[in-house]
Design a protein. Sequence first.
Lengths: 213, 221
Amino acid sequence: MTQPWQFLGYQKLSARASQVQFTNVWDATSPKNRNMKFKVVMEGMTYNETDVIEVGAPYYYCYTDGTNSSYDRSYYQQYDTNSGSASSKTWSTSANHGQSQSAFQEQYQNWILTKGGSGTQRRYSSAEDNLQWGTYEVTWGSQPGIGESMQMKAFNVVSISNSSSGYNHVIAGCGSGGAASPAPGTFYWQAANYTFETGSKFWMWAMRDDNGF
Amino acid sequence: MPLQQDRVVRFGELSGSDIEGKSTVEFKNIPTDFCKLEIHGVGRTLIKDVGQGAYLDTIHIHTYFQGIAAAGLAGVLTADARRYAGAWQYVSQTFQQQLSGRHILGNGSEFTPSTFGTDYGGDQFLFRYWVMEPGSTRSKTVQYESNFQVTGIGPGSNADSSQSYGQHRIDPQAGATGASFATKIFDNFKITLTGNNSTTPHVVFAPGSRIWLEGWGGGHA
């Protein structure tokens, strides 16, 4: 029997940061906690005109044990209309997203919040309330001695051009057949080639997933 | 604004006669002291036969902000990625601005010649909308995901399914309308089902449908 979702924590960045952590969210060594599920929401933004670059664009990833341990599988699909070619990517288990994957992350070089071509670039502003917000939702499940699983959905802002939607979309999932996170569990958001902008917000909820405690 | 609940609270369910046979449902004066407001729906759709002769119809969900139709509202942007008709890929649905504020739920095939409720099963849906910090005055985005499945009952008998992920957003920089509505607190949510060639009400919620709200709490201003 599951227990109700409960709020764990909230962070709003007062300065740019490349990493955001939620620490001590779960103690895998304590049998009373048993299986857990977590839901994490991030709202990130861009306000810099140059963020629309595509080459070498930033990306982010998240992991739970601080060591970038490998996941057995990760599947993702991203839809990208910003490049002008309206390319679509299918569910994939490429070399970068197979057993050698070092963390749960979006496709390399594509942080879909910031990506955009010159014709469909994001609107930007210096005022926080005018900033472009992209939201991400991650569900993380952990079972002591069994492993972990994660799913991520991205909901992203559209471009300023209504006739050519610059929408990007990714849903991804991965799982680990290996050891679960060491205790105490920590959830990491990590930005690469970029930072989380000031004002970015992060929430976390948890739910006990069985009644064996 | 202080937050009152650290737990998830479920409230405001519409079911039975509150929703059956209706195309439009609306929640007013929704509490806004949550980190996240979710609007969940599960049930069935029925297409009322208005003599158009079609075997199926494309069912849209129109989303309203503050009770105002978002379709055609200046500053509303919609991004939708949809997988449908058995395809393996999600395809971006590019809408012109006048069509923003809505997305395709799926292709329904269950018609009701006279009354509804005499059959069962077909054209089932579930959806979820959510908005962060509905009580804030910053610009709002409304995320959504929906799943629609045709089970082959009804004259259309079209084996189709559809899944969508997307976002409605009011751009605060998109003219006076956008600036005016983007920063309002989010205390009203309204949706309407329509078909492609609709005579309103043309597509309705069938018996067994229900929609409810969830407030996800969180301890911050």
